[in-house]
Design a binder for this molecule. Structure first.
Ligand code: PDD
Length: 287
């Protein structure tokens, strides 16, 4: 059975979903997106993802065509039309189709596209042993808080990790940790979680928020601030977080071990708290 996607008011097989070449998403990368994990057919933290979409659209001065309730219904309808129990739902809004001109076109309806694929989370081996990462200078723009579809710097930075046989690229702007090419980054120092603040230099991750909520609820101390490269390299633990990676330990950075090169005790705690939360909140609703 063909994969069903959503495009501008219609559910249709992916082979039949076309966007004109003058779509501003294609021409300029002019749009915003979300990636929402779906567990047992329940969209995880859907409200939070839709609120971040709204913030991104406002940041891009792009009209949000749908109300929260309309988005929720569309997302749930797409989940139903796809086979997998656990899915990775992608949605994007672009400024629509117009003759090529940098300035905003007038009277153009945004393009809305959604698709859902089976969710692929890190392997058991990666969760147990951690992964390697490389580092790079954060070459992105100054509005990394907007989840824009224009991802060329992220694409180039992520490829550096792939070329090195690693999973992620950890970014430093002016020597300060920001985030990963496609994830947020946390460190641990003497039992305290170090996290960069949600400013314009990082995406306010939904997983980031959840991890900090879980840490607080379980009395694990957190220090939110600006951390320089030397401090991050000397940290006891380093983690990646995202909707698809969940929480994953980085055990080596640029070929050098982080801590004792094994996922650390705070990671193990957080990993368990995250999985327990997921199972409790999502899976129980199916009973
Ligand atoms: N990316 N920072 C960046 C630059 C990201 O691209 C992502 C997620 C995150 C984590 O955000 P969240 O926890 O809300 O997934 C942080 C998604 C998964 C992607 O682009 O595929």
């Amino acid at each position: 059975m063909s994969q069903i996607v959503y495009l501008n008011g219609q559910f249709l097989p992916i082979e039949q979903a076309y966007v004109p070449v003058l779509d501003r998403g294609f021409m300029f990368g002019d749009g915003a997106y979300e990636v929402i994990p779906v567990y047992s057919r329940h969209a995880f933290r859907l409200r939070e993802h839709l609120q971040r979409l709204e913030n991104s659209l406002q940041g891009l001065r792009l009209t949000n065509l749908y109300s929260l309730a309309e988005w929720e219904n569309l997302v749930l309808a797409l989940i139903k039309r796809n086979q997998a129990e656990d899915q990775s739902l992608y949605l994007q809004v672009t400024r629509g189709v117009a003759p090529r001109n940098h300035a905003f076109p007038k009277g153009v309806t945004p393009t809305v596209f959604m698709m859902s694929n089976p969710l692929i989370t890190p392997s058991k081996e990666q969760c147990e042993n951690g992964v390697s990462a490389v580092s790079a200078v954060d070459i992105r723009w100054d509005r990394c808080d907007i989840k824009a579809i224009a991802l060329l710097p992220n694409v180039l930075l992520q490829q550096m990790a792939v070329d090195a046989g690693s999973v992620e690229t950890v970014l430093f702007r002016d020597g300060i940790l920001t985030e990963g090419a496609a994830s947020n980054i946390f460190a641990v120092e003497k039992g305290v979680i170090l996290a960069p603040p949600k400013d314009h230099h990082m995406l306010p991750g939904i997983t980031y928020d959840l991890l900090l909520e879980l840490a607080e609820a379980n009395d694990i101390p957190v220090n939110i601030g600006y951390f320089d490269e030397a401090r991050i390299r000397a940290a006891d633990e380093l983690w990646i977080s995202s909707s698809t990676k969940e929480v994953l330990a980085i055990t080596s950075l640029d070929g050098k071990p982080i801590g004792n090169a094994k996922p650390g005790p705070i990671f193990h705690k957080m990993y368990k708290l995250y999985q327990d939360y997921k199972n409790r909140v999502m899976r129980q609703e199916n009973d």
